[in-house]
Ligand binder design. Structure first.
Ligand code: PBG
Length: 331
């Protein structure tokens, strides 16, 4: 691209010198329409439990969910994402609690759908909150078995959709799950259910606090490198997204967010599909702790989110959703 103009006839500071002109030429903006609010669920009654590794974020028992859901509704946040903390007694090798229609997530979907009509509900398809080994799939001969896992993921997806989940979000990174889930949804007359594929999910170090939040951290043996993407790779993201779109995904996710801005931009520019990004728990913890320690100013939150928009995200899953929505609404 040819750069036009020459100093002194051209002065870029001229279009930066007051707030109104900066607002006028701003190329990207963050609105509440861009926000997806993750919520951690727990068993019990009247419980709001702090998550140590994620200051400011809680696990809620179902009867206390109104605390966050009323705010989400008031702020007009378009979608929430549910994540369960499963007690150890309900975990096993194959994560069978994932298929229990009275598990925490299923009960939450039913209860929320009854009361709240204005936002979509997204649910995670993966076995890791339910397995005794903390992996997203079933282990056969010491390996995460792709095709055996698919059978369970398909059932988990259909169960969640039939409970009222609007967006099925497979975060497991097994091969072929999008096509299988799409086919099965069609077969079950659930053709309006949307699939948000975690198409590009890296084997990242930034998920630590989340694993603590859902109680899989201490359980996890080894790492997730045989199914999540290699953090060194770029081109492979094309293949993951291409396959998932062909298989029937409506939206694709890039995860984590800020360390992978190049990937968000790559996917947006090449596929022209809705691209979501996930500002994950480790990113949240880094920023929150730096603010707490007075190393960073509050405004770093907005900057982190606008960077994801600038890279090409349509929407962002962020633990800052309520804080930032409040700020946007008060401006
Ligand atoms: C599980 C899942 C993970 C996250 C969302 N779904 C963790 C993992 O893959 O280990 C991470 C989210 C976060 O760190 O905020 N399939």
């Amino acid at each position: 691209m040819k750069i036009l103009g020459k100093f002194p006839s051209t002065r870029l500071r001229r279009v930066r010198n007051s707030d109104w002109v900066r607002r006028l030429i701003s190329e990207n903006n963050l609105s509440v329409n861009d926000l997806i609010l993750p919520i951690f669920l727990r068993e019990g009654k009247n419980k709001i439990e702090k998550i140590k590794s994620m200051p400011g974020i809680n696990r809620y028992s179902l009867d206390r969910l109104t605390n966050v859901l009323d705010k989400a509704e008031d702020f007009k946040i378009p979608m929430i994402a549910l994540f369960p903390y499963t007690p150890n007694s309900k975990k096993n090798k194959n994560g069978s609690e994932a298929l229990n229609e009275n598990n925490l997530v299923c009960r939450a979907i039913r209860a929320i759908k009854k009361k709240y009509k204005d936002f979509g509900i997204m649910t995670d398809v993966a076995l890791d909150p339910y397995t005794s080994h903390g992996h997203d799939g079933v282990i056969i001969n010491n390996k995460i078995d792709n095709d055996e896992t698919l059978k369970l993921l398909e059932k988990q997806a259909i169960l969640q959709a039939s409970m009222g989940s609007d967006v099925i979000a497979p975060s497991d990174m097994m091969d072929g799950r999008i096509g299988l889930i799409r086919k099965s949804l069609d077969k079950h007359k659930l053709k309006d259910i949307k699939i948000l594929s975690y198409a590009v999910k890296y084997a990242s170090n930034f998920y630590g606090p989340f694993r603590d939040a859902v109680g899989s951290k201490k359980k996890l043996k080894g790492n997730k490198k045989t199914y999540q993407m290699d953090i060194r790779n770029y081109n492979e993201a094309f293949r993951e997204v291409g396959l998932d779109i062909k298989e029937g995904a409506d939206f694709v996710m890039v995860k984590p967010g800020m360390p992978y801005l190049d990937i968000i931009s790559l996917i947006k520019q090449n596929f022209k599909v809705p691209v979501f990004s996930y500002q994950v728990s480790g990113e949240y913890a880094m920023i929150v702790n730096a603010i707490k320690n007075k190393n960073l100013d509050q405004n770093a939150i907005y900057e982190s989110l606008i960077s994801l928009k600038r890279a090409g995200s349509n929407a962002i899953v962020t633990y800052f959703a309520l804080d930032i929505a409040k700020k946007i609404n008060s401006n």
